[in-house]
Design a protein around this ligand. Structure first.
Ligand SMILES: *Cc1c(COP(=O)(O)O)cnc(C)c1O
Length: 410
């Protein structure tokens, strides 16, 4: 059997140039990001998960009697890990049948005087409706943390996501756009809350030479291999191996380490970030143009549904184009046939949180929360890479495979 060489990464990451890696230059990534996002200030952490831990610990101090954090049942397992690490209880909100966002009725019913925070999530660059979460949070005196890990650069009413809630977080992990290999960004509208976030950071996060050396080496490695010629070795070969073992969780990158490192983000990686950030606007604009173009083709395939921004007046980002297939059977058939064929197919997350054997224990009694619709979403979603390296010819082929699978599978 001929094996296709994979030259398309699962998301449209921002490629690094050799000149980004110079050892000198401006290291003030916090100010550069604040200017770019048009927000008053940003705070850097070593990952999006670590940023969430800092946010949760800050809110815990403000409201020590509250211990529940409401998250969508379909989100990154790292979110459940951060909540558990803070000694807090997750509550799972089901998704709406119509939109990739939390179900309003269920969100309302989960809110109580025990709620510390609600975490609306902008998955795959699609902008969730934070106003709903904000409304219910205000009613019970809880906070809103916007998880914009996958949506750096997304805007709503002309303003960056992350600024409607009390705290917003972005990820600078590989594959999520701008990257320092791992990294996280916190934003907050209220100056007092921003200074509290800084206090939590200075009390709980320190420099670690070991982690910084590792991450620096990983970032240099990423810069070296994130190109079509080496992607098959770095991404394709492990993917084929995991799929051959029927290990979808590892294939989708959902196999997270149980330990959440917390340390500062070193000066060299910040400098790389400052230089790469200068190209992010044009990178995102090109990605948006490509996505809009391709969505027109995808919209003609009957039975599949393109996932759109939920919030009105939103301009999301396009690391991937998310599609909802007509059924679990057709989704699984599509993935089994074409995941490893180099056409940019992947899954955002394989499961809803309680369906991961490995992460369910972190949820405590939240495994009993009702999540039927989120499970249906998880079983029918696919992500199409919006990488510039997915050619029009490949995209057309992918579309015909999707059309075929959508009509023939039950
Ligand atoms: C990736 C991700 C995180 C965690 O960010 P890291 O930088 O990988 O730690 C949190 N939430 C969502 C929705 C994510 O996709």
């Amino acid at each position: 059997m001929q094996v296709a060489r994979i030259k398309v990464p699962p998301t449209a990451g921002l490629r690094l140039l050799a000149s980004d890696l110079l050892p000198w230059g401006d290291a003030n990534l916090e100010d550069a990001l604040a200017q770019w996002l048009k927000v008053p200030a940003t705070q850097l952490e070593c990952s999006g998960t670590s940023a969430l831990v800092v946010a949760l610990r800050t809110l815990q101090k403000l409201a020590p009697a509250r211990n529940e954090v409401i998250v969508p049942a379909y989100t990154c397992p790292l979110v459940a890990m951060a909540i558990s690490q803070c000694g807090l209880q997750a509550r799972l909100c089901d998704l709406s049948p119509q939109a990739l966002d939390m179900d309003e009725q269920m969100l309302r019913s989960l809110c109580s005087e025990k709620t510390l925070a609600i975490v609306p999530t902008h998955l795959g660059g699609r902008v969730a409706d934070v106003r709903v979460a904000q409304h219910f949070a205000r009613m019970v005196g809880a906070y809103v943390i916007e998880d914009a890990a996958q949506a750096l650069g997304a805007r709503v009413n002309g303003e960056s996501v992350g600024m409607q809630g009390d705290i917003g977080l972005f990820s600078l992990a590989v594959g999520k756009g701008l990257t320092t290999f791992e990294g996280g960004v916190l934003v907050a509208r209220d100056p007092q809350l921003r200074s509290r976030l800084r206090v939590t950071h200075s009390r709980t996060v320190g420099f670690s030479l070991g982690w910084e050396l590792l991450r620096s080496a990983e970032l240099a490695g990423y810069a070296a291999v994130y190109r079509p010629a080496t992607l098959d070795w770095a991404y394709g070969a492990p993917l084929r191996k995991n799929l051959a073992a029927d290990d979808w969780i590892t294939a989708a990158g959902d196999d997270f380490d149980a330990f959440i490192p917390q340390h500062t983000l070193g000066a060299w990686r910040r400098r790389v970030g400052v230089r790469a950030l200068k190209r992010l606007t044009s990178h995102l604009a090109q990605a948006q143009a490509r996505a809009e173009n391709r969505i027109q083709t995808l919209a003609q395939i009957s039975g599949v549904e393109i996932v759109r921004d939920v919030a009105p007046n939103a301009q999301g980002t396009w690391p991937v184009i998310l599609l909802r297939m007509p059924s679990r059977v057709s989704r699984d058939a599509l993935m089994r046939a074409y995941w490893s064929s180099g056409l940019g197919l992947s899954l955002p997350f394989v499961n809803i949180l309680p369906d991961y054997v490995r992460y369910a224990p972190l949820l405590g009694r939240a495994v009993l929360d009702s999540v039927m619709i989120a499970r249906d979403w998880a079983q029918r979603l696919v992500a199409i890479s919006n990488s510039e390296w997915l050619t029009d010819v490949q995209f057309e082929r992918l579309c015909s495979h999707i059309a075929e699978t959508a009509t023939h599978a039950p």
